[in-house]
Design a binder for this molecule. Structure first.
Ligand SMILES: CC(C)(COP(=O)(O)OP(=O)(O)OC[C@H]1O[C@@H](n2cnc3c(N)ncnc32)[C@H](O)[C@@H]1OP(=O)(O)O)[C@@H](O)C(=O)NCCC(=O)NCCS
Length: 296
């Protein structure tokens, strides 16, 4: 992740003249308002989840009469790729091009990077208009486990805790699965949360992160050489948490029926959309589950 050096510049477009909402850079002081906004849409994000997202990214807010009524955040991954997420406009301001203006401001800021996001149905029209094209689907599975999944480990595989010596090789494995280099993000996740490593033939071959998020815990990212290994890593994470657990998997991973059988029904998802060069990512490259739908 390129440390977001440059501050976001908000251009005053003619669209700005049609509404009294002003855009400005997203500041830490905006976190409570942003959290309140996402909660009005019953999004599960805690203020800590917003804090983490802002601490590794940059964004804008739309403000009217001193009240934050719109948010959009972005994350840069090297010089080639970035993601955008947490794009929200309060109902009373929707349909007035605020979403469009926030997106254009972030796209200007991220240019010339290729940009990926996960769209809700409400957002698809806006993103298509801005040149994004749909490239795939994400399945959001969550709930309280009906039963602890069995751990079937194949010959030569073993699970173990993360060791410092693993970090660089896991970042490389993740980059293949996510199609972008996410070193800084992963170092933050590895430092904070529980990471299980899959060792195959004595080499680190995959990993999964289990962390607090939203209503409980989230499993992701998950990077693994094959389907069985992905199931094993997710099973291990599920066995190390109680209560509510969520995992956002690539629809083409084929993991959904198994997650349903664990008592984690599909409750929603998102459409992966890309503006620019589509990154090679997903199960074929060893990527099975997201960090979050916003960050990617
Ligand atoms: C999705 C969301 C952010 C859009 O914000 P918004 O400010 O209402 O969006 P805009 O007014 O810029 O765009 C609304 C529509 O006008 C169109 N539009 C925007 N700018 C335009 C322009 N300059 N000329 C013509 N059409 C335009 C958009 O394409 C969009 O079309 P659609 O009705 O086909 O979707 C908002 O509806 C929202 O917060 N929804 C709930 C949360 C959510 O789902 N967020 C998306 C997460 S991925």
């Amino acid at each position: 992740m390129t440390s977001a050096s440059t501050t976001i510049t908000v251009k005053h477009s003619e669209a700005a003249a049609t509404t009294d909402a002003a855009l400005r850079p997203f500041e830490p002081g905006d976190l409570p308002a942003a959290h309140a906004l996402s909660s009005t849409f019953n999004w599960p994000h805690r203020i800590e989840d917003w804090q983490f997202a802002l601490s590794i990214g940059q964004g804008v807010v739309a403000e009217r009469g001193g009240k934050v009524l719109g948010t959009a955040l972005s994350w840069q991954f090297g010089v080639d790729y970035a993601t955008i997420g947490l794009v929200i406009v309060a109902p009373e301001l929707q349909g007035q091009r605020i979403g469009n203006r926030m997106m254009e401001t972030l796209l200007d800021h991220l240019s010339p990077r290729n940009v990926l996001l996960h769209a809700t149905v409400a957002g698809r029209g806006l993103y298509e208009r801005l040149g994004f094209a749909a490239t795939g689907e994400i399945d959001q599975h969550q709930g309280v486990l009906a039963a602890l999944p069995a751990l079937s480990t194949r010959e030569g595989d073993r699970l173990r805790p993360l060791a410092d010596a693993d970090v660089e090789s896991l970042i490389a494995i993740d980059a293949r699965g996510a199609g972008m280099h996410r070193g800084e993000l992963l170092r933050r996740l590895f430092a904070q949360e529980r990471t299980v490593v899959l060792e195959r033939g004595g080499q680190a071959a995959g990993f999964a992160v289990l962390r607090r998020f939203g209503h409980g815990h989230l499993v992701g990212p998950v990077a693994a050489p094959d389907f069985e290994a992905a199931r094993l890593l997710i099973s291990d994470c599920c066995r190390h948490t109680e209560g509510f657990v969520r995992v956002d998997v690539y629809a083409m991973s084929g993991l959904s029926p198994w997650l349903e059988s664990l008592g984690l029904p599909r409750v929603g998802g998102g459409t992966t959309m890309v503006r620019g060069r589509v990154p090679g990512r997903g199960p074929a490259q060893g990527g099975w589950a997201l960090v979050t739908q916003a960050i990617g």
